[in-house]
Design a protein around this ligand. Sequence first.
Ligand code: HAM
Length: 429
Amino acid sequence: MPEYLPTTPYRGTRDFLPPEMSVRMQVFGHLYDVLERYGYQRYDGPILESAEIYERKSGQEIADQQLYTLVDRSGRRLALRPEMTPSVARMIAGNAGSLQFPVRWYSHPNCHRYEKPQRGRVREHWQINADIFGSDSPNCEIEMFELIHDLMRGLGASRDMFVVRANDRNLLSSALTVLVGVTAEQLPGVFALVDRWEKYPQDALAAQAEEIGLADKQFEKLGEVLGAGTALLDELPTEIKANSNLVQVLSGDAASLVRFDPMIVRGLAYYTSTVFEVYDTSPENNRALFGGGRYSDLAGMFTPQQIPGIGFGMGDVTLIDFLNTHGLAPQPRSEVDVVVIPVTGEQAAAARSVARELRGTGLRTSTPIELRKLGKELTRADKAGARAVVIVGQEDWDAGNVTVRSLATREQRTVPFADAPGTVRELLG
Ligand code: HAM
């Protein structure tokens, strides 16, 4: 007996059979439409990058635990991209001379991370990225928040189904230093602790705080600061607030788009000020749906030029969980709209010409590859999700006619060949 290989995909990756692919394409098609309407232009890049670009800037979790690395035949260390931001920063830096800043770009790459597969987390996901490069203005933040609301609306979500929570890392650093007494050396550790605040039980957090060297009183105070919401802003120094784009947004006309939340810090190391995450309001999905932030010196890995960026990454897994939870996921499309069936092999060429005619009008149309009896072909057409069939019989064809039948109502009409597309559309309603 030959030993057969498994037909299942590698752990944490997914096959997308046509029904799942159809849902994915429809969901992301809506998102592309919204992004294009905002003037974002699509780009793409290689799945393989130098491992170094993640090791330098993305932070320890990605670099030490999640990166898929390989060495090519000439000894270069490469990685499967775990995210798109370092790649796009490289492209922007390499083409800065010919770009008219600020630029708005979007992409839809697949990203690989070696993670423990669980709800909302897999090892290969597809992520929409939308970023603005070359501006420090708070108008970028406003546009990001508006865009997020329109993307969610484009998927059918209403305002009560999600919330945009935002913070500014500089405000958080100031609160941690001034109010909690965290030292500069402890800050990175406390940021990582804050990032886990909602995901870990209290005793695990306390143990981690102790490791960082926080006293019990400080741990308690940290809890107060993180739970303070907008009231925390009153306790922060004016000069820090004056330099915060987020504070400006919160005091302007776009304030209602976002909720200030000291707990949002995000896991990636390169964010320098504004950070935000979108959450499902349903308790079924307690992980962030997607998130992003402002990074002022990621391009600095590649160029002395200062090119700030701001944007977010929106993954397919969390998004489709969200749509399923709220009953918003689209149905997979049928295989075809119409099947053209020759009664015998003699009419195969005629059937193909009718099918060509129908395709020309935008109807998704197939003809049988291996012709069976008419009854069997009708059943197959029904299973393929076709809503109409066109039957081509010799006598009809000799008279210049075909028979169009609705599979839903069984209504049937014999019409001149040239009228077939119009009749199909009429019967489809
Ligand atoms: P991130 O938070 O690491 O940010 O990922 C963004 C989104 O990608 C997540 O919220 C989630 O929807 C999805 N995602 C990430 N990892 C996984 C996974 N293992 N399984 C399933 N989905 C996942 C970034 O990647 C930043 N580069 C985003 C960004 C763009 N910031 C600025 N511009």
